[in-house]
Design a protein around this ligand. Structure first.
Ligand code: FAD
Length: 400
């Protein structure tokens, strides 16, 4: 059996970029099908930070109250302990937004909220457990306009034809490859180890702790989710790697030492950090958004925010075009022009941050210059708060 769908826009990938773009196009009266290869959004070790600007958008969409009913924790400023010196990295308290906090919410709860909101629109379809692996080209020729996608779902072949294909299927996108779009960039200087750590009632830690390396601690209520920054290529998953990681955790944060000894190799997930972006985000009939267009480093936790901002720009520019006809390559180029600059700026800052992140491993590592500036001029923490919390080029909704 095969499934055939005709729609205004098909979006490959039900992540933050895909679901937000869907919701914003649906609100403009368009029909949208989102295709997601997983059965649910329940994936661990993904971005969890919902920035003030994203919450502002949720407010404009009338779903902020619903968002706040889901499990979350707020953070008004990002704190750092550098070899025992405490300082603030970013302060959100003066942002011109209705919520002046960074909110941690498991990504699956956030995606459920977006999918639930999209479901209220009649033109929405979400095909789960469906993997897209190819494009349909006009006239069947290799360089024809992209007019749909094909893949496999629980009931067999899936064919979705649309006037616009959006690829929001993340940093390893197969769809992007099928379109012949290849990102440029490189592996970053650092990798990140993710694992859970047992938590005792009432136990707290600074968000970032630097000593014999760096630990970022996300309080998930009954456990801690830890991100441990290591130089790229130094984790091979051996017993020796594990023992040296446990030793480092104990030296960075002695109170964590006991819990760290319970971590096994199977508990540790390696994220190979990549900083990449497409030179051209589109081909005729298809546009890449979010991580598919630009894989970000987790530094600053801005990946979701950028993906959401891409979605807002794309829906604002392309929604009206889709209501009248088929988007042209110059319409798609307008989205790239709008979003390429904040992507470049953010990646530039992330690249600069890698040095201090790695340098923190040295026992006598002096406080790096940017951190000294933040310590000596606390007002700057409002600027960093703005950059992290709102981003380089915040997008306005302005949907007609
Ligand atoms: C370990 C880790 C930690 C991170 N931490 C943070 C953080 O703290 N804060 C932050 O802001 N960002 C963080 N990020 C980055 C953030 O998760 C991403 O930038 C963000 O999720 C990008 O959103 P997206 O919608 O573009 O892509 P994704 O979230 O990657 O979503 C892509 C979706 O497409 C689906 N898909 C893929 N291929 C196909 C296919 N062929 N057919 C159908 N569906 C497909 C996937 O299942 C997925 O649901 C982290 C990333 C990782 C990996």
């Amino acid at each position: 059996m095969s499934t055939h769908i005709e729609t205004d826009c098909v979006i490959v990938g039900g992540g933050p970029a895909g679901l937000m773009t869907a919701l914003l196009l649906l609100r403009q009266g368009l029909a949208v099908t989102v295709v997601e290869k997983h059965a649910d959004f329940l994936r661990d070790f993904r971005g969890d930070t919902i920035h003030p600007s994203t919450q502002e958008l949720l407010g404009e969409l009338g779903i902020l109250d619903e968002f706040l009913t889901r499990p979350h924790a707020d953070m008004a400023r990002v704190s750092l302990s550098w070899h025992g010196t405490e300082l603030t990295l970013a302060d959100f308290s003066r942002l011109p937004t209705r919520r002046r906090v960074m909110t941690f919410m498991p990504q699956w709860d956030f995606l459920d909220l977006l999918a639930d909101s999209a479901t209220r629109h009649p033109g929405f379809r979400l095909l789960r457990k469906t993997r897209i692996d190819d494009l349909i080209r006009d006239g069947g020729s290799a360089d024809g306009r992209v007019v749909g996608v094909t893949g496999t779902g629980p009931d067999g072949d899936v064919i979705v034809r649309a006037r616009l294909v959006i690829d929001a299927s993340g940093r390893d996108s197969e769809v992007r490859a099928a379109a012949g779009l290849t990102p440029v960039g490189s592996a970053a200087a650092m990798d990140v180890l993710w694992f859970r750590l047992a938590k005792h009632a009432g136990e707290t830690y600074p968000f970032v702790q630097a000593g014999a390396g760096m630990i970022i601690t996300i309080d998930r209520g009954d456990f801690f989710q830890i991100a441990h920054v290591i130089p790229a290529g130094t984790w091979h998953g051996t017993d020796a790697d594990l023992a040296s990681m446990q030793d480092r955790i104990g030296r960075i944060s002695p109170r964590m030492a006991d819990a760290a000894t319970a971590v096994t190799i199977d508990d540790v997930h390696l994220l190979r950090v990549r900083l990449e972006r497409l030179r051209r985000w589109f081909t005729d009939g298809m546009l890449c958004l979010g991580d598919s267009a630009h894989a970000m480093s987790p530094a600053g936790g801005v990946g979701i925010n950028l993906a959401i901002q891409d979605a807002v720009a794309a829906a604002r520019i392309l929604g009206p075009v889709l209501r009248d006809g088929d988007p042209t390559t110059s319409d798609l180029r307008r989205v790239q022009r709008r979003r390429a600059w904040p992507t470049r700026i953010t990646q530039f800052v992330q690249r600069r941050l890698q040095g201090p992140l790695i340098a923190s491993r040295e026992a006598d590592a002096p406080l790096p210059l940017p951190l000294r500036l933040l310590r000596d001029h606390p007002r700057l923490t409002h600027l960093t708060g703005r950059f992290v919390g709102i981003g380089a080029r915040p997008e306005r909704l302005d949907l007609t």
